[in-house]
Design a protein around this ligand. Structure first.
Ligand code: C2E
Ligand code: CA
Length: 549
């Protein structure tokens, strides 16, 4: 036997790692030696192989043969000293695996090619432990045998991790992940295992445990990670959400478990942040619809807002029966989803940020409509909805001005309703924008005005022209429940607004009884199904011609 092949170093390296194979070749004899893990995994005839080049070549994926032979050919013809390429090779299970193959050609004292040696690393096998957190990696999670038993798997994610990184920087992001991993590790004793899954997502595996045990662990994780103190003394508030799946014998498809975990987590993050939610068929149906909705909305927007339309609901004079204006309300029919209402699709647009472009489309349509109707039917004001983030857009005010100039509309006939006022983070900043918009002649309304602290705070800080009283007080008037309290609330809101010189719109007037009560309290405008539901353009034109029947 040749010394080159039977070097003790070969023995040492051959057992260094499961995922690395080594080989050495006596070029003159064309005899090579392969580590035993390679012999077994690639089903080679033995440790020592004559003319291995040909045999190995047959194992390489047809698409990768050229890359391999070109590179190895250059080395064996003496044109280059090092072999380095990636290719797929057939293993003994009949599957191709990706390998990174590196080798070096050594010459003897006469300068002739003598020894070729190198290593092949499996690219599909990754580390067992995560380098940042020290937890087991997702590859280890995928190795777990779900077929022999039952239990719970939990996927945990940090809420708003991206914005934490934006605020504090990547360095703190890593520190937080490490701190969370440490807590998880300390809570996972016995058969429980913690893994780093993706980015800010972790998995806790609870074999032979039930929902109750998962809930218990989740609450302990939540409590222990509520506030993380960094090495330099910063205190960062943290919230964690989790999705969970119960697995049982016979139902062990890992990809299915993982996709259900992701589904449950993304659902929880959206509807009930900071809690634990178990996968259910119901959640899956909702998520699938939301995904389809998102896709459909994106296509509509890209196709010049195809499927979007404005409906109009009259605003009636509270001292007579005249239609003084209307609120423009968005409707949408997608190519696949035809029945989504604004309460369903607007939050999706808000979340994706598309509300900015759709809102601009609404603004331009409403302004164009005002011009058309004013020419046909005389003076009429149009209210349209604007979400908080639209007001914050850099060019919003400019575009508003450009649209009234383009269509030749007086801003005095336009009312911008601030929707979702509970999201206002900085009233001071918004107040400046409102000032500017009002100084240009537009009016501002605060929508869904209630009795909460946030509403009062906004009333105090935001310069507005109108208040729209939240439907819920008004609608309750009709069924008599809390009748006295609702009346008192509406009455005091009206009193407050009069003191502040704000006009008041009462929404949600659904029947004559409510209409009578409200009118006696003296608001300025009425809006509700009693007068009309929101209707399409042509139906609203009928109403403008004939009045409300
Ligand atoms: P909102 O601004 O509070 O609009 C009034 C909602 O109350 C409308 O629902 C209207 O149909 C409904 N409504 C009117 N009268 C009555 C009544 O007597 N009884 C009852 N039960 N409901 C009544 P819609 O059209 O489904 O709109 C829902 C929400 O969607 C709006 O609430 C608004 O927040 C949002 N939205 C609609 N269009 C737009 C838009 O263009 N931009 C933005 N950002 N949001 C919009
Ligand atoms: Ca509104």
């Amino acid at each position: 036997m040749d010394d080159v092949l039977n070097n003790p170093l070969f023995e040492a390296f051959a057992n260094a790692s499961d995922n690395v194979y080594i080989y050495v070749c006596d070029v003159k004899k064309d005899l090579s030696r392969w580590s035993t893990n390679a012999v077994s995994f690639f089903d080679l005839p033995g440790e020592y192989i004559n003319n291995a080049g040909e045999l190995w070549g047959q194992k390489i994926h047809p698409e990768d043969k050229d890359i391999y032979f070109n590179d190895i050919g250059a080395v064996f013809s003496g044109n280059k000293a090092h072999h380095s390429c990636q290719y797929r090779a057939l293993n003994r299970f009949g599957k191709y695996v990706w390998l990174e193959c590196k080798g070096s050609m050594l010459r003897d004292e006469n300068g002739e090619l003598a020894t070729f040696a190198g290593i092949m690393t499996r690219l599909d096998r990754q580390n067992k432990y995560d380098t940042l957190t020290g937890l087991l990696t997702k590859y280890e999670f995928y190795e777990f045998d779900f077929s022999s038993g039952s239990g719970v798997v939990m996927l945990l994610g940090v809420d708003g991790f991206r914005s934490i990184i934006n605020t504090y920087g990547y360095y703190y992001g890593d520190e937080l992940l490490t701190a969370i991993a440490k807590k998880l590790q300390s809570l996972c004793s016995g058969s429980l295992k913690a893994y780093r899954f993706n980015g800010d997502e972790f998995i806790i595996l609870l074999p032979n445990k039930d929902r109750g045990a998962a809930e218990d662990i989740f609450h302990r994780v939540k409590n222990d990670t509520r506030l993380i103190e960094t090495k330099d003394g910063k205190k960062i508030d943290l919230s964690i959400s989790a999705g969970a799946v119960e697995y049982s014998e016979g139902r062990s498809d890992k990809d299915e478990i993982v996709s259900r975990l992701e589904l449950a987590l993304s659902y929880v993050k959206r509807v009930n942040r900071g809690s634990l939610g178990f996968y259910s068929r119901d959640i899956e149906v909702k998520q699938l619809r939301e995904r389809a909705l998102k896709e459909d909305l994106r296509e509509s927007i890209a196709d010049d807002f195809r499927g979007f339309e404005l409906y109009f609901q009259p605003l009636v004079d509270a001292k007579g029966a005249k239609i003084l204006g209307c609120e423009a309300l968005l409707r949408w029919k997608g190519e696949h989803i035809r029945d989504a209402g604004p309460m369903e699709f607007i939050p999706i647009l808000e979340e994706s940020g598309d509300i900015n472009s759709v809102g601009r489309w609404v603004m331009r349509q409403a302004i164009r409509q005002q011009k058309e109707w004013e020419e046909k039917f005389g003076q009429l004001r149009i209210n349209f909805n604007v979400s908080y983030r639209q007001f914050l857009e850099a060019d919003y005010v400019k575009e508003l001005q450009a649209a009234v100039n383009e269509f030749g509309v007086s801003p005095d006939n336009l009312v911008l309703e601030l929707t979702e006022s509970c999201n206002v983070e900085s009233p001071e900043n918004l107040a400046k924008i409102f000032e500017e918009i009002r100084s240009m002649g537009f009016h501002i309304a605060l929508d869904d005005f209630g009795t909460g602290y946030a509403s009062m705070e906004l009333l105090k800080k935001l310069p507005a022209d109108e208040i729209k009283i939240e439907h819920s007080f008004v609608r309750e008037l009709a069924n008599g429940k809390h009748h006295k309290a609702d009346l008192a609330i509406i009455d005091s809101l009206l009193f407050l607004c009069r003191k502040l010189d704000n006009k008041v719109v009462v929404e949600g007037v659904e029947n004559k009884a409510v209409d009578d009560i409200i009118r006696s309290m003296g608001p300025d405008f009425l809006q509700g199904y009693y007068y009309s539901r929101p209707v399409c353009k042509t139906d609203f034109e009928e109403m403008l011609k004939n009045g409300i029947s």
